[in-house]
Design a binder for this molecule. Sequence first.
Ligand SMILES: Cc1cc2nc3c(=O)[nH]c(=O)nc-3n(C[C@H](O)[C@H](O)[C@H](O)COP(=O)(O)OP(=O)(O)OC[C@H]3O[C@@H](n4cnc5c(N)ncnc54)[C@H](O)[C@@H]3O)c2cc1C
Length: 370
Amino acid sequence: MNTFLSESQESLKETYAAFAKEQILPVANKLEDHSLNLKEFIQKLGQNGYLGITVPKEYGGTGGNFIDLIVFVEAVSQYDAGLGLSLAAHYGVVELINKFGSDVQKSRYLPLLARGECVGALAINEHQAGTDVMAVAASTAGGALSGEKTWVVNGSVANLFAVLARGENAVEFRLVDASGDKSVSVGPDKPKLGLRSAATNDINFDKHQLGKDSLIADGKAEEALQYVLNVAKVIAGAAAVGLVDAALEHSAEHARNREQFGQKISQFQGIQWKLADMSTECAAARLLTYRAAWSKELKPEEFARDAAMTKLFASKVARVHSSEAVQILGSLGIMSDNPVERAYRDSKVLEIAEGTSEAQKLVLVKELGI
Ligand SMILES: Cc1cc2nc3c(=O)[nH]c(=O)nc-3n(C[C@H](O)[C@H](O)[C@H](O)COP(=O)(O)OP(=O)(O)OC[C@H]3O[C@@H](n4cnc5c(N)ncnc54)[C@H](O)[C@@H]3O)c2cc1C
């Protein structure tokens, strides 16, 4: 196994880093306070090819692999981990269709998703079905979808929802094209601690008439659900890595410049050790994330384990070390216009979104056969 990047991926990494610095950094605060139109911004990402990284070329995408996408998410999350979460939702739908879609579904949706003319969202959880995701009550009885989904990232900007619902005999996945459809209503954006740039809404489906091609992963809904959740977890892991990498850069820079007691605070061993731990655990989280991305493509039997480890570890590293970054910056670190203040808030949400840390431990314990 090679968890390091190929030469071409190293070069992609530089391209993505330059893009993120030029295009995401200047608008990161506006995306967070919603003074910039998120839908238009996401569509622009699509026009520039960033929503179709893993879409095959024959469907109008870049034809890249999952690691390419992970490297992109890491780059944008240096400035806006909320955008990383938006990408997790969009690419969750892309990957669902890539793996389980019929030819009709692929040719209908993948080109639109790649161009950003269609934005994807995962409508899985419900009020009573959080960690216990199979307790969903939304129903497709009689060919109409009814039910209330909660915490749907991209809810207000998406037009293609992958919806988990109860069919006649079993749980099933449906692709719901909701453009201008009155049977699909979107609740207000939920105010939250962090990752605010990611729109998060409740979605109500009221007797939405399902098209004949809406069923995806027929008879394999549980497998598809786990796959999509694993994809989203690894993308969230990449967002956590980008976030903590930026926190490291900000805090190291501050330590090099701030003087107390007649010397730079970087000369104090207490500060040095924080930075050494941050740097080590950021690197470890990155390697776990790349390994999970690698196993998705090349060792699928290990993907669930690696995705759970990635989500558990990377989000914890992000929370612990963004807190240390705030500490190193002192009073500056808690100011609301400081990137480490935002990183600290965003990191906590990463321990809950895309499955809680405890949910990852449940997967890992099961993998151990316990
Ligand atoms: C920012 C954000 C974005 C999200 N995006 C989406 C999305 O795009 N689509 C979507 O469908 N959903 C989304 N969700 C929902 C998310 O997946 C759920 O919030 C998450 O799975 C936890 O469910 P819950 O909030 O109901 O918590 P609960 O399941 O009620 O859990 C509460 C607490 O109990 C713990 N717990 C639960 N069961 C166990 C157990 N068996 N053992 C030990 N501890 C346990 C949990 O870990 C947690 O600490 C999002 C949530 C957030 C916060």
